[in-house]
Each structure stands twice: as C-alpha cells, then as structure tokens.
Write a protein that binds this ligand. Sequence first.
Ligand code: UDP
Length: 252
Amino acid sequence: MWEVMLPQDFSKLEVIGEGKTKIVRRMENPDLVLLEFKDAITALDGEKKDTLTGKGHINARISSFLFEFLSKEGVPTHYVSFIEPNYMVVRRLKMLPVEIVCRNIAAGSFTKKYPVKAGSRLKYPVVEYYLKDDLRHDPMMNEDHIVVLGILPSIEEVKEIKELTLKVNKSLSNFLDSKGITLVDFKLEFGKDKDGKICIGDEINGDSMRLWDKETGRVLDKDVYRQGKKLSEVLETYRECYKRIIGEEPKV
Ligand code: UDP
C-alpha cells in the first residue's frame, strides 16, 4: 500500500504541469503526483472555455470511482486515492503522447469522417490512436506509426495497449449498462511506471466518454457543452452523470 502524506495546503505543492482541466503537483514521495481537477470546461481545442462550479469535484470523484472499479477488474492504472473534493493521488507515469479512442456506437468525429449513420452500433468495437500534438492537430495513427515514431519499442506493446483498451471497454460497458447508461465511446491515455509497466493514466469521466441514457438516449457527458447548451443545463448533466455512476448526490 502507498503511504500518502499530504500537507494541509495543497496549493503550496509545486506545480509540475497544468492542462486545460487539471493541475499536476509534486508530492513528497517522488513516485506519486497530485492531480487537481479544475472547474474549467473547454471545447474546440480550448477556443470555447467556461467555469462550472463543482465540475472539478464531480470529475475527480467519477475518475477515482471508475479507476477503483477497473483496478478490481485487474486493469493496471495509476490510481492511488481520492481526496475530497477534487484531488486524486496517482502514481507518476511517463506518459505516452497518444490518445486511444474506443468506439461502440458511431458518434462525433467518426460520423464526420466516415459514411456511417450517427447512433448506429458498430459491428465490433473500433480502436483508434491519435498522436498528442497540438501543432499537427492530433493526427490519427495506425499501430506501425506508434513503433516507427519511437513511441513504443515494439508492436507487441501496441497490442498490449489495444487489449487493455478492449478489456476496459468490456468492463466499463457492463458496469455502465447496469446503471442504465450506454457507453458510446471513450478515450484513454497510457503511461509506463518506474518498472516500465504499461498503466492507464489521466482521467475517465464525462469529459473523456460519451454516455447516453439506455432508454431515452439523453446525453450525459460533455457533448451537451459542445452542443452549446446553457451552462446550467451542462452542470445539471454532469450532476446527473455523477448520481448515476456514484449512486448519490454530488457534494457541490
Ligand atoms: N476525446 C477526448 N479527448 C480528445 C478527443 C476525444 O476525451 O481530445 C473523447 C471524446 O469525449 C469521445 C471520444 O474520445 O468520448 C471520441 O471522440 P471523437 O474522436 O469523436 O472526437 P470529438 O468528436 O469528441 O472531437
């Protein structure tokens, strides 16, 4: 077990990275980092940006809950512990500059790129790889690109990532189905721990998944924000997502 020692005021911990929705802080134990989930919400490569009070708590809690669930399912993740209201302690990973997307139902960019009906179930889950590179607008890659670009040393490790992604898809789809939610698609990020073991990092929540109500098709994820809905409706959607997954009201 990890011994987590934390000072009272996390804001005093040195910032070692900051993205659009999370701050990464150094911890006393060099093998761990603290992820702080912000109340920021962004879309269109950060062009659209707002503050949604309580979103940081909701997304930190959902991520922690789902990482705990996946760990129990035997999936290696960086998750260590959740700290109220919006912090997650995680193992430090060397992140791979790749986003892995897995799709069960045609939605989003998939329906823009390919001649497929939005909302149709795919014959089997499709796994896609995107290079994390803002200047190049995150180009899609195939498995060979990942090896040739030196992101992973062998095709076997690429296959390992694909198999883990499909396992996550199966476990999460079943779990969410039991909560009345269809897992449409999601994005994962992987990294290697200090022993070189491949683990899932980053976050898993309504910002990185498309979730639809099984019966009504109601959207329960960030798409409501991408669609330009009122911020009050966006927050209500995040709250509903929390309630369904965690089984209680969010604390904000
Ligand atoms: N996704 C993400 N971060 C990204 C791009 C996509 O978390 O930078 C997630 C997105 O929420 C969805 C899935 O990956 O659940 C597939 O997204 P898609 O490629 O359709 O792109 P989008 O239409 O969301 O831009």
